[in-house]
Design a binder for this molecule. Structure first.
Ligand SMILES: [Ca+2]
Ligand SMILES: [Ca+2]
Length: 137
């Protein structure tokens, strides 16, 4: 769903209410109206809301600002996908992938020897999100 900034602002202002911040409940209303929601069960919708919300709420204060909303909605899908992968792999939530975390993730699809080789090549025990994105591109 690629939207222009102007479209994002319009949606945000429509649903955020007078405080100019989007709560999970307000986000749910926004998604409902955007997606039509007719073929989504309430459970599915709740799941999507939680995922979207976590992706958007950069500072984790449980409120989405207009900036956070626009940043997320205008981000390319591939970037979002990589960010999600990075978060999944970063088991201790340190914001870095350690060699052990990287190896564990690679070993889900490859054998231990190959994982070791890849880790040796990368040779970095503190891979940041930016470095991770560069590696995947
Ligand atoms: Ca926030
Ligand atoms: Ca980590």
């Amino acid at each position: 769903m690629a939207l222009t900034k102007a479209q994002c602002r319009e949606i945000f202002e429509k649903f955020a209410g007078s405080d100019g911040l989007l709560t999970p409940h307000e986000l749910k209303n926004a998604i409902k109206s955007l997606a039509g929601a007719g073929n989504l069960s309430n459970n599915d919708l709740d799941k999507i809301v939680v995922e979207c919300f976590q992706g958007m709420d950069m500072d984790g204060d449980q409120k989405i600002t207009l900036d956070e909303f626009i940043t997320d909605m205008t981000k390319p899908a591939r970037t979002k996908k990589l960010e999600e992968t990075f978060k999944q792999w970063d088991k201790d939530g340190s914001g870095y992938l350690s060699r052990a975390e990287l190896k564990a993730a690679i070993m889900e699809t490859m054998d231990g020897e190959t994982a070791d080789e890849i880790c040796d090549q990368i040779n970095d025990d503190q891979i940041t999100l930016d470095e991770f994105m560069a590696l995947c591109n």
